[in-house]
Design a protein around this ligand. Structure first.
Ligand SMILES: *[C@@H]1O[C@H](CO)[C@@H](O)[C@H](O)[C@H]1NC(C)=O
Ligand SMILES: *[C@@H]1O[C@H](CO)[C@@H](O)[C@H](O)[C@H]1NC(C)=O
Ligand SMILES: *[C@@H]1O[C@H](CO)[C@@H](O)[C@H](O)[C@H]1NC(C)=O
Length: 337
């Protein structure tokens, strides 16, 4: 009887201490979990703070900027693009060349749509500079956000002569490449005298259509509507259009305006050897007779009108931007307080 009572006591004490030990263990396990949770929360807080700060900077540095340079052939574009390729790693942006089959300067409608959608939504490439030989494309026609268009324009006769000799002698950029008219030694003056197709003034009809765009009339040599449209686009739809003869000022203005991409571009352009690299070999000055004959043509006159228009506009912007005293603006009288 007594031993049964003892056994009962013993069993009760044993059970109670087992239960106590079990809860003790549970409690210490919970404390451990709380500690881990607190630790991870403070960690995620600091990460959040960091990413918020990064976001702030990101917005400040306009990380989604897209620049399109629809370069006109033989205007000094290779030198400029070379600077961009040299800077892209340091400034952390992408440069992409758009290669259109058979050197076509206009895109088919389906490709226009594809191209606009792709460029607009390809976030992993942003900020980006796209370049290629194609006519201006109005993104708003597709309901998309407009990118920043830039371009460089050159005196139309200079450009034609440069292209003429380029086809015959190439340039010092890729001297090993045999060009289409290699071996033809006829000078530009002779060509004009003999009315050969290679120096046909209609070949100058290129800068007007490049700025005019993807409408049929743009590509009709001498079309008046095309010239008006080109001027309109140049002023309204281009961030900046420089001239070949003042490339360093063009780069200076870009660096001031979009430092996110062009920071350090001026220094690089002035010091690197590549910047002056591409020059067409073997140029002979056009004779007075040649110049007079070309200047009589409608196409030259209209192309030159666009060039003069662009030059005037460029100088106007340059005076405001690169003047002696840098212009500033501030906000004030901000209400309500
Ligand atoms: C464009 O692409 C074609 C075909 O892929 C290629 O042969 C050509 O060299 C490219 N052009 C340039 C300028 O890279
Ligand atoms: C844009 O086109 C490239 C090449 O075809 C493709 O790799 C990329 O995924 C496209 N981006 C978008 C957002 O459609
Ligand atoms: C320019 O070229 C010279 C000789 O060709 C070379 O010594 C120099 O390092 C080059 N400078 C740059 C900035 O590439």
């Amino acid at each position: 009887m007594i031993s049964n009572l003892r056994l009962g006591w013993f069993l009760t004490i044993f059970c109670v201490s087992c239960i106590l030990m079990f809860y003790q263990l549970q409690i210490s396990r919970l404390y451990e979990q709380i500690r881990i949770l607190e630790l991870s929360q403070s960690k995620s807080n600091t990460i959040l703070k960091e990413s918020q700060e990064n976001n702030k900077e990101t917005i400040n540095r306009d990380d989604d900027v897209v620049v399109i340079y629809n370069r006109v052939p033989k205007t000094g574009s290779t030198s400029f693009v070379g600077v961009a390729y040299d800077l892209c790693k340091k400034n952390n942006f992408h440069v992409l060349h758009i290669n259109i089959t058979a050197n076509n300067h206009v895109l088919s409608l389906s490709n226009q749509y594809k191209f606009v959608q792709n460029i607009t939504h390809w976030d992993s490439m942003k900020p980006a500079l796209y370049h290629g030989h194609f006519a201006f494309l109005d993104f708003s026609r597709f309901g998309a956000k407009k990118p920043l268009f830039i371009n460089i324009i050159r005196k139309p006769l200079d450009r034609l002569i440069s292209y003429y000799y380029f086809l015959r002698y190439g340039d010092n950029f890729r001297p090993y490449l045999v060009r289409r008219k290699h071996g033809d030694t006829m000078t530009f003056n002779e060509c004009v005298k003999r009315n050969q197709p290679d120096c046909d003034p209609n070949n100058m009809w290129l800068q007007v259509p490049f700025f005019c765009g993807h409408a049929a009339n743009c590509w009709k040599a001498g079309n008046k509507w095309a010239l008006t449209e080109a001027k309109k686009n140049l002023v309204n739809n281009y961030l900046l259009v420089g001239v070949t003869e003042e490339l360093d000022d063009f780069i200076k203005m870009l660096e001031l305006t979009i430092p996110r991409i062009f920071k350090g571009a001026v220094d690089h352009y002035l010091t690197s050897n590549k910047s002056h690299l591409r020059q067409t070999v073997q140029k002979e000055m056009p004779s007075e007779e040649t110049v007079k004959k070309i200047q009589k043509t409608t196409v030259w006159q209209m192309e030159n009108e666009l060039y003069e228009f662009a030059l005037d506009h460029f100088h106007f912007l340059k005076r405001q931007t690169l003047g002696d005293r840098p212009q500033k603006f501030i906000y004030e009288k901000i209400r309500p307080k």
